[in-house]
Design a protein around this ligand. Structure first.
Ligand SMILES: Nc1ncnc2c1ncn2[C@@H]1O[C@H](COP(=O)(O)OP(=O)(O)OP(=O)(O)O)[C@@H](O)[C@H]1O
Ligand SMILES: [Mg+2]
Length: 264
């Protein structure tokens, strides 16, 4: 792999372990490198916007793509929330990051928003559009794409999973987070994701990263982030992750990712 032109990273792990913190930090660091970065907020309930430094008052006004009825009607032939009808299964999505990405200090942020749950077979227009967009960004775009996902890899169908350069699993030193990481590892095997990397967050002692890595098993350790008292406060007052001391540690994790990907 000569150039690192595009890079597709998906970040997952149990709720609250630090997926958004890591995603925002990585996105900011890739922008500092001069890369073209798209950050996907694929968790219906998250705040990647805040972590990227969009002021709370502005973040509140962001309409997720799943609720942009005009866009959905334009691309799908039927609006979100409309049942029945005939919707295309191959909508145009290759211009959406450019047109709808929100600039967050150079990162293009796409907030997908919640989609209606309708079982695996649901072809609600907004679901089809968002899934097609997600697949496009992972498989076809020539950008650095960082997807901040829910605790799971539901967004990664088999074809898309193969486009992910690395699935980054975040865990903290708790049984629950370790258990979720193990579940994700098994799911990743099922869809043939080749490279996984573990990040241990909220570390309070030098032995913890290795302990968690051993407990999870089967995912190589990329690095860790120490517990930072000021991070929760930063999240509250809207300080971007890039302006907090944790960024230095995220930079080490970024180096580890690049190292793994460079050696194939
Ligand atoms: N290393 C750390 N030290 C202290 N607090 C942290 C650390 N990492 C993250 N946090 C805080 O923990 C909370 C959860 O972090 P974050 O939102 O990044 O997790 P998440 O996995 O994205 O959560 P969710 O599942 O709710 O989306 C936030 O308030 C964040 O500021
Ligand atoms: Mg989050």
């Amino acid at each position: 792999m000569g150039t690192l032109q595009d890079m597709k990273l998906a970040v997952t792990g149990k709720g609250g372990v630090g997926k958004t913190t890591l995603s925002a930090g990585l996105a900011s660091l890739f922008v500092q490198d001069g890369r073209d970065v798209v950050a996907i907020d694929a968790d219906p309930d998250t705040n990647l916007a805040l972590a990227l430094g969009i002021p709370p008052a502005v973040a509140e006004t962001i309409t997720p793509l799943s609720q942009k009825r005009d866009l959905i009607r334009d691309r799908m032939g039927a609006a979100g929330g409309e049942g029945g009808g005939f919707v295309t299964l191959n909508p145009k999505v290759d211009d959406i990051a450019e047109a709808y990405g929100i600039d967050a200090s150079g990162v293009k942020l796409l907030v997908l928003g919640a989609v209606r749950k309708g079982g695996a077979g649901c072809a609600c227009p907004e679901n089809v559009l968002l899934q097609t967009l997600f697949d496009h960004l992972i498989v076809e775009s020539d950008q650095v794409v960082i997807a901040d996902m829910e605790a799971g890899i539901e967004h990664l169908g088999r074809a898309t999973a193969r486009g992910v350069d690395m699935l980054i699993v975040v865990a903290e030193p708790t049984r629950a987070a370790i258990h979720t990481a193990q579940t994700i590892r098994r799911l990743a095997e099922d869809v043939s994701i080749e490279r996984l990397g573990l990040v241990v967050n909220k570390v309070r002692g030098p032995e913890q990263p290795q302990q968690v890595a051993e407990a999870v098993g089967g995912i190589s350790l990329l690095g860790s982030l120490a517990w930072h008292d000021d991070l929760a406060a930063a999240a509250f007052d809207g300080t971007p992750v890039a302006a907090t001391p944790v960024l230095q540690e995220v930079a080490h994790i970024k180096q580890a990712i690049e190292g793994v990907l460079a050696t194939g």
